[in-house]
Write a protein that binds this ligand. Structure first.
Ligand SMILES: [Zn+2]
Length: 290
């Protein structure tokens, strides 16, 4: 089933290219039948495909250019997944979705449940199906965690998406959130340079939700790992900049589909998405970026 989903996802992502390639060796009738079989296959596997896809709202590169206008509601996002990460209109806090509930980590690191009507400018979610569970020990910092996870990804395959959940007791989680932005919106790097707030949770039990994006996602998201945290008591959370723990459990959801919703915001149609933002994206994701 997973292999089939991958094929469908590729069709979704590369629909234009695949019919052009088909056209080289077939008549226009051939193209038409290829298109109709694509449509019917997509319908046939829609339920499974939804579970095996990462659903992304907009491009991270739109958010980082300052398109903080929400385009998808929290209620709609819940139809697309039960686990994930993102932010809210105006970058009003860090979004963590866990077990089907959407939480907001506010600028002071406290957490609340987000209302269904609130809109989202950027998020990645999936329905979490536990493919593998591992125990992991003695992680002293986030770089050690990333290198452990990267080695695992080398084995599992670095060209897929992975959503993971790391659950346990953390010696510390160093996280951030930010103040809600007002129009006119600045770029995310500019906004965070003054309005990012950082906090450390010590001896905290909870879950880190992590997304791995493959290298070829470089123009659509941040490649590699992106982590958000929420405590078990749902009191603390944020975008993870650092952490330390002795023992934790990692659950992996191997995800072979990618489904992106372009936003219908006032800014998006005219954004210059050809600008190389790799430096800004590194800045807004990392602890040393301030
Ligand atoms: Zn984040």
């Amino acid at each position: 089933m997973k292999r089939f989903c991958l094929a469908i996802a590729a069709v979704m992502l590369l629909g234009g290219c695949s019919s052009a390639a088909t056209g080289e060796s077939s008549t226009s009738t051939g193209n038409a039948s290829a298109d109709s079989s694509t449509v019917s296959a997509e319908k046939t596997v829609s339920v499974e495909n939804d579970r095996e896809s990462v659903y992304q709202v907009s491009l991270l590169q739109g958010l980082t250019l300052g398109d903080y206008y929400g385009s998808v509601t929290v209620g709609k996002l819940k139809e697309k997944g039960d686990t994930g990460i993102g932010t809210f209109e105006g970058v009003n806090g860090e979004l963590i979705m866990l077990d089907g509930v959407v939480y907001r980590a506010k600028e002071d690191g406290s957490v609340e449940v987000a209302p269904d009507e609130e809109t989202i400018p950027f998020a990645d979610v999936t329905f979490f199906d536990n493919d593998t569970t591992e125990e992991i020990s003695n992680i002293a910092n986030i770089d050690e965690l990333k290198s452990y996870l990267d080695k695992k990804v080398d084995g599992y395959g670095k060209n897929r998406f992975y959503m993971i959940k790391i659950s346990g007791k953390f010696k510390s989680v160093y996280a951030r959130s930010e103040l809600k932005q007002e129009e006119p919106y600045k770029t995310l790097a500019e906004a965070l340079s003054t309005d990012q707030r950082e906090f450390t949770f010590s001896d905290t039990e909870g879950t880190v939700v992590g997304l791995y994006c493959p290298e070829y996602m470089n123009d659509l998201n941040a490649v590699g790992w992106h982590f958000h945290y929420v405590s078990d008591d749902k009191q603390n959370g944020g975008h993870v900049l650092g952490l330390e723990f002795e023992n934790a459990k990692i659950s992996w959801d191997n995800t072979d589909g990618f489904n992106m919703q372009l936003p219908e915001t006032q800014m998006f149609p005219t954004l210059d998405l050809t600008i190389d933002q790799s430096e800004d994206i590194h800045k807004v994701e990392q602890a040393d970026g301030k």
